[in-house]
Design a protein around this ligand. Structure first.
Ligand SMILES: Cc1ncc(COP(=O)(O)O)c(C=O)c1O
Length: 356
């Protein structure tokens, strides 16, 4: 059985590795807020129940208006979707048959969406271990491209690309008529405001993707949005099924984006835990990516293929994300979410056991 193409749903990974699933395990394979959803969401749930008896607003008007205000864009520059994943699929269809470059390693759905829309794909793979953007090489390719997919903060490395490099790419994409799709699914986990949303009015080829499922730990509800010039938004909305976003997701989104304390508390925890983990990795000879967000890549330098470590961890109730299907990584790293203090401590104990 092939390894699953995404994190979460760990039983698939246990099954594909032919390992029995221990009674207790910790899922480090999905990059979600370790605190879970904001507590206020649970309080709202009984009230929200009655919403399932009517069709949701097909225009997601109320949430769109709130998000547009938060992002300082016009309402017609924003489209709410059934998770970032739906919007990626729609962007693939918007680019149908075009020539698209994916800056790798990156979220695998860009490739899946573009492939199913008949796009001609090329990879631009960043240097292993550093994963820093090399804008001049990417710019050289732009004249022959219709679009570039770029994920910052990057999944799976957690690396944030330098602002100067990003601005150079933005300017050149405008000049060379090449869409630049920036996936900011994890931008909420950065302590500094690192979004490029403010560049939307200036750059007509820029498309920004956001997800609400990571910071607010609501992947089961499916909720994301995109920001771009109004012409792009209306073309992509025309491809979206009616009532694509359900009523519970819409109400949850409105509530979640007001929970600033939850977000601040989360970023503080992540920062603190990341420092502890880095110290442990240094002392125990593990190499990690220079991530600025809530997950990181890790490897045991003594192994080229990390499968033996993956199997050991899974047997001991720790579920990482394998990297076999990330071009540029091909199983040479494992990805871990930063979870609660106790869960990270358990991870360090098991990694310590592997060393012994
Ligand atoms: C980089 C990135 N973008 C987008 C998504 C899609 O997120 P969702 O569909 O849950 O909003 C994911 C999910 O893992 C992701 O990692």
């Amino acid at each position: 059985m092939a390894l699953p193409s995404h994190g979460s749903n760990p039983h698939y990974l246990y099954e594909s590795l032919n390992l029995s699933q221990p009674e207790q395990f910790i899922d480090f394979s999905a990059n979600l807020n370790p605190f879970g959803p904001p507590p206020a969401l649970q309080e709202k749930w009984t009230e929200a129940y009655e919403l399932i008896t009517t069709y949701p607003d097909p225009n997601a008007s109320s949430l769109t208006s709130k998000l547009a205000t938060q992002c300082h864009v016009e309402e017609n520059q924003l489209l709410v979707g059934n998770g970032g994943a739906e919007l990626i699929t729609l962007i693939g269809r918007f680019l149908a048959g075009g020539r698209v470059c994916i800056v790798q390693p990156a979220f695998s759905e860009y490739e899946a969406a573009c492939r199913s829309a008949g796009c001609d794909l090329i990879d631009h793979t960043l240097k292993d271990g550093e994963w820093q953007l090399d804008p001049e090489h990417l710019i050289e390719k732009m004249d022959h491209l219709d679009a570039i997919f770029l994920c910052t903060p990057n999944n799976p490395t957690g690396v944030v690309y330098e602002r100067d490099s990003m601005m150079a790419l933005l300017r050149e994409s405008e000049k060379r008529n090449c869409f630049l799709i920036l996936d900011e699914a994890f931008v909420d986990f950065l302590s500094d405001d690192a979004t490029y949303a403010q560049a939307i009015p200036t750059f007509s080829k820029l498309i920004i993707l956001r997800s609400l499922t990571k910071m607010y730990a609501i992947p089961g509800l499916r909720l994301g949005y995109m920001i771009a010039h109004s012409g792009i938004i209306s073309s992509i909305k025309a491809l979206q099924p009616h009532w694509s976003v359900n009523a519970l997701a819409l109400i949850a989104g409105e509530l979640c984006i007001d929970q600033e304390d939850h977000m601040t508390k989360t970023c503080e925890l992540i920062e603190k835990e990341r420092r502890k983990l880095h110290q442990f990795f240094k002392e125990n000879n593990y190499i990690h990516s220079t991530s600025s967000v809530n997950f990181y890549l890790l490897k045991d330098l003594n192994l080229d293929d990390q499968t033996p470590l993956l199997r050991f961890l899974m047997t001991n109730g720790i579920v990482p994300r394998h990297t076999e299907n990330f071009p540029g990584l091909e199983g040479r790293w494992l990805r871990f979410a930063i979870r609660t203090k106790d869960e990270n401590r358990t991870l360090m104990e098991v990694l310590g056991k592997w060393r012994r």
